[in-house]
Design a protein. Structure first.
Lengths: 285, 253
């Protein structure tokens, strides 16, 4: 190869066949920005660059978080929120995924629902809060309802798009190999949708966590959102920040969990195989 | 009565309010065990013709009969092989070959045994456990061929199966296809005149806009045949004939 080969990442590199950044600094690069931000935060709060009411030092927030974790308060609220996410998002998955596939497989259904779906989508989850309280009062039910309506339409539209994007040639091939319509759905459409569905689930789960916090700020007496609102009312800035960090950490770990599942279930996808992802770039051909 | 009959077959589409005639009054008889090559430029409706025989598209009018019975929909007795191998990427090579057997309800152990045998016949016994993206293009197309042949179809339909492989591999695969399809009824589509002359028992030349049979050329001798001086002469003759109605000289209606 005439082109100079070194491990230095370049702009446009990924388009020019540059493999994964396997330089020895890769792990450092990952942590550089968060670390810098943490130091900036700590210094800003410590050296009185910011009003203590507005920002507490990171170390104090972490200490407070540790304390709340062991006192059980934070875990209780997290569990309450997670339970609502589980119910609302689970319900949305159970309805939106079969629904989206059905819409994609049968055009009259799609035509019949297109207007309604486009009209519902711009309604942000908080827009449902007043109605949710009127209908369900106080407690888990309105929060679950908001998570459901907030994630359902996006899941439905995503699943529909993925279903329509399944290779027509795969379906035709299955049919000329003797499959009937039901078998083509079961043995071609469903397995080929797997990666897209897992991606949809990841996006939807993030959305569900956004919804639950919004819902808990008004309609409930427990949950991370309620915890943060209460902390704000008592001017406990560090508790507000603890709540935000707790959500971020839970969100990140569930996302990683689903990503791992995606790798495991969809190993057949070229380039998704973890062994291939992290293979050394220089392999003799 | 011929094994496969197309009688006064017409096919038209409506696209953007215009009626496009893909096939016009097409008649074709294929005998049992015959290897027929449909030759024509792009836009002559040869793919449409295969899709109609495969049962994936209905003809607008006319009759398509297999063994005297009208073709109403798709079925494994008329397997279609595409230009792209279209292997299912979530299945291994073996599972791909076993796919049609699975659809037919054959038990897991038996279909795996048959799939392995079919792969072995194509010289691919080593790659059964690999996924399609781990195979080269030529291997993929051979797996696709094995996947069709394992079903022992009455008619094998091939839509430019070699158009996407490189020239060296192409002539080797031509020989392999002809060897493995001995005794089978095959309808093979190509736009390569030479490929048609090497492979066919009979070449049908189609003309575009609307697609119709322009000329039939029965060929002597066992295929695949070596390229003789006579064959090259015939190739040039056909090339000149086809140049007159190549769609490069006409606007697409």
């Amino acid at each position: 190869m005439g082109i100079k080969k070194d491990n230095k990442p370049q702009i446009l590199g990924p388009y020019l066949g540059e493999k994964r950044p396997i330089c020895q600094h890769a792990e450092l690069q990952r942590w550089l920005l968060p670390l810098a931000l943490a130091i900036l935060w700590e210094c800003a709060a410590r050296f009185a660059l910011a009003e203590p009411l507005l920002l507490q030092p990171l170390t104090r927030v972490l200490g407070r978080g540790w304390h709340l974790l062991w006192s059980g308060r934070l875990l209780g609220d997290l569990a309450a929120s997670a339970w609502r996410v589980f119910l609302g998002f689970g319900l949305a998955l159970m309805i939106a995924i079969p629904g989206g596939i059905a819409l994609g497989l049968y055009p009259p259904l799609e035509r019949a629902s297109a207007l309604l779906l486009s009209a519902l989508r711009p309604l942000a989850p908080p827009a449902w809060i007043p109605l949710a309280i009127l209908w369900f009062g106080i407690g888990d039910a309105p929060a679950v309802f908001i998570i459901f309506v907030g994630t359902c339409s996006s899941l439905l539209v995503g699943t529909l798009a993925a279903t329509k994007a399944v290779e027509a040639q795969w379906v035709k091939t299955a049919l000329t190999l003797g499959a009937n319509r039901r078998q083509a759905v079961r043995h071609v459409i469903l397995p080929s949708l797997m990666p897209a569905l897992l991606t949809q689930a990841r996006i939807g789960l993030g959305l569900a966590w956004m919804c639950v916090i919004a819902a808990e700020m008004v309609a409930v007496r427990r949950g991370v959102g309620f915890f943060m609102m209460e902390a704000r009312n008592l001017f406990r800035t560090e508790d507000v920040l603890v709540g935000m960090m707790a959500i971020a950490i839970v969100g990140l770990s569930t996302d990683r969990l689903l990503l791992g599942l995606e790798h495991r279930l969809c190993r057949w996808r070229a380039g998704l195989d973890p062994a291939r992802l992290y293979a050394t770039p220089e392999q003799p051909r | 009565m011929s094994f496969l009959q197309l009688i006064h077959v017409n096919k038209h589409y409506v696209a953007n309010g215009n009626v496009i005639i893909a096939l016009h009054d097409l008649n074709l008889d294929v005998e049992r065990g015959e290897f027929v090559v449909l030759l024509g430029p792009s836009g002559c409706g040869k793919t449409t013709l295969l899709q109609i025989v495969a049962g994936l598209e209905p003809a607008s009018s006319g009759e398509v009969l297999l063994d005297g019975r009208p073709i109403t929909r798709w079925g494994a007795e008329r397997t279609l092989i595409f230009q792209q191998p279209n292997l299912f990427p979530w299945l291994t090579a073996e599972e791909n070959v076993a796919f049609g057997l699975r659809m037919a309800g054959i038990a897991a152990g038996e279909r795996l045994r048959m799939a392995r045998q079919a792969l072995e016949r194509m010289g691919l016994s080593e790659v059964g456990h690999l996924y399609p993206h781990e195979l080269s293009g030529g291997m993929q197309q051979r797996v696709a061929l094995a996947r069709a042949l394992v079903l022992d179809p009455q008619v094998l339909l091939m839509d430019e199966p070699l158009a996407a492989v490189d020239a060296l591999l192409r002539s080797r695969l031509q020989r392999e296809i002809r060897a493995t399809c001995t005794g089978k009824t095959v309808l093979f589509v190509t736009h390569s005149i030479r490929e048609a002359l090497i492979l066919a028992d009979r070449v049908i030349i189609l003309s575009p806009q609307p697609g119709h049979v322009r000329r039939e050329i029965p060929l002597d001798g066992a295929a695949p045949r070596a390229l003789s001086a006579e064959l090259v002469r015939l190739e040039e003759e056909i090339e000149q004939e086809m140049a007159t109605d190549s769609d490069a000289t006409r606007p697409r209606s």
